[in-house]
Ligand binder design. Structure first.
Ligand code: TGC
Ligand code: FAD
Length: 392
């Protein structure tokens, strides 16, 4: 990748809405991405390899459990800080943000919210420091958008549970030390279980041939008569609302993350348009290119405002699931459209790994699908405003 010259757009002086602490945290993450992610990320993507060397840095910038209390090893930060970190990580690459959002919102969050004190002390500090990496298994081969139909199940064997089934499309699975697995008990109720890598009968084959999120490792979780100790069940919440509660937190982080990807595409296209000369002048001087750039900064600014407001609601514990869905859906769609337009501004150079745009565009095709597809989030808004369920 060419040198990382990123300059963050702030068209409406939104930094004035942030505290000094927010800016310090964001800038530390921004600096780390420039120094440790940008120089290696293109090659990791081309090779379809997760860059394990970034784990320590992710922990150091507070990307693992930023809002988890300090007593459990987290950074004890507010929701806007968490969002800003996700924004900066995804500015580098959606796969890097994915690793951090899974760890924070889909692994640490359920242990923190639904776990016992013993589980919290056993796992959270190690997850915060990056000594352990986690994954979250909800999606199955036959159940993606409708997880309530899941077939993975466990049986009470007296002194342990016996777990059987399979999950697929699981981020971090191939190297995760622990998996939060959602499975049904004998009565059909959904529970979360903490499954450790070395449990017999548990395997995590890697998913290959992805054209998207290539720097993030994706895999399956296969449970073949896995004996899970009884103390591995998350006791404080059950039912589909338990995994969906984790998704609220992760979707919120994605809403911020997508802004990062969009900012990077816009900034790259703006700089290129000023440098690239055709027909005797910089292409930035042509109306058609200005239309693209002006629309990009408008959409980014709208998304920044929406997401900042969502962050303030989240800090007050007032953000609804439907509000989070709206921001996730809007921002990922916005970022994907900007990536497509920005790529065109660069002409042929837009498809080159010299620039980040094509990588962002391919990544965003996953981001618009996972954590609830674009269509599912629209139906969530539809249900919220009309009271009519159009899912079924
Ligand atoms: P429904 O009947 O609506 O709800 C069942 C129960 O759940 C409650 N609930 C929620 N609770 C917390 N947060 C939410 N967002 C919630 N949405 C619903 C609801 O109140 C109810 O509670 P109760 O007490 O009445 O039982 O459920 P449904 O079966 O009709 O499904 C609704 C639907 C379609 C919206 C939901 O299932 C859904 O969101 N589907 C999308 C699936 C999804 O997002 N999968 C993501 C997998 S993880 C992932 O992609 C990680 S990628 C990570 C990365 O790499 O970054
Ligand atoms: P389907 O549910 O089969 O949907 C196919 C199409 O039908 C979509 O367009 C959808 O919008 C549409 N559709 C479905 N239902 C309706 C309806 N009622 N009305 C209208 N349209 C509908 N999952 C995890 O559990 N953990 C992870 O860590 C994880 N990481 C992922 C990483 C990557 C790279 C990817 C690509 C996916 C990941 N997922 C993960 C899975 C992801 O959450 C699912 O792919 C997603 O929820 C959609 O499920 P599906 O792919 O089975 O699509």
């Amino acid at each position: 990748m060419a040198q990382d010259l990123f300059q963050a757009p702030d068209y409406y002086n939104l930094d004035e809405l942030l505290t000094e602490e927010h800016i310090l945290i964001r800038d530390a993450a921004r600096k780390w991405v420039k120094r440790d992610v940008s120089p290696i990320i293109e090659e990791a993507c081309q090779k379809a390899e997760f860059p394990h060397q970034i784990i320590k840095g992710l922990a150091e910038v507070g990307a693992f459990g930023s809002y988890i209390p300090v007593e459990y090893g987290g950074a004890g930060l507010d929701q806007i800080s968490y969002g800003l970190i996700m924004q900066e990580l995804e500015r580098g690459d959606s796969g890097v943000r994915s690793t951090a959002s899974v760890q924070s919102s889909l692994v640490m969050y359920p242990i923190w919210k639904y776990g016992t004190e013993e589980q919290k002390h056993k796992y959270l500090p190690k997850l915060a420091s990056g000594e352990f990496i986690g994954c979250f298994g909800l999606t199955e081969p036959n159940h993606g958008s409708n997880p309530s139909g899941m077939e993975t199940k466990f049986k009470d064997m007296g002194d342990h549970y016996l777990l059987n089934g399979a999950k697929m499309w699981i981020s971090n699975a191939p190297f995760a030390d622990v998996a939060i697995v959602w499975a049904k008990d004998e009565s059909g109720r959904i529970h979360g279980l903490i499954v450790e890598r070395d449990m017999e009968g548990f395997s995590t084959p890697e998913t290959h041939n992805k054209w998207s999120l290539r720097a993030s490792a994706t895999g399956e979780l296969i449970f073949d008569n896995v004996k899970v100790p009884k103390e591995s069940l998350l006791p404080e919440k059950s039912g589909l609302g338990a995994p969906l509660g984790c998704l609220d937190s992760a979707r919120y982080g994605i809403a911020w993350g997508a802004i990062g990807a969009a900012m990077d595409c816009y900034d790259t296209a703006l700089r290129y348009s000023k440098e690239r000369t055709q027909f005797g002048k910089p292409i930035a001087g042509f109306q058609l290119q200005q239309k693209k750039l002006a629309e990009m900064i408008t959409e980014i600014t709208k998304a920044q405002l929406l997401t900042w407001r969502l962050g303030t609601l989240k800090n007050e514990d007032k953000a609804t699931s439907a509000q989070i869905s709206m921001a996730k859906r809007n921002n990922v769609d916005m970022a994907l459209k900007i990536a497509r337009e920005a790529r065109q501004v660069l002409g042929a150079m837009g498809i080159s790994g010299e620039y980040s745009i094509m990588r962002h565009m391919m990544n965003l095709e996953s981001v618009i699908t996972y954590e609830g597809t674009h269509d599912i989030h629209l139906l969530i808004t539809g249900l919220d405003i009309t009271g009519e369920n159009a899912f079924k």
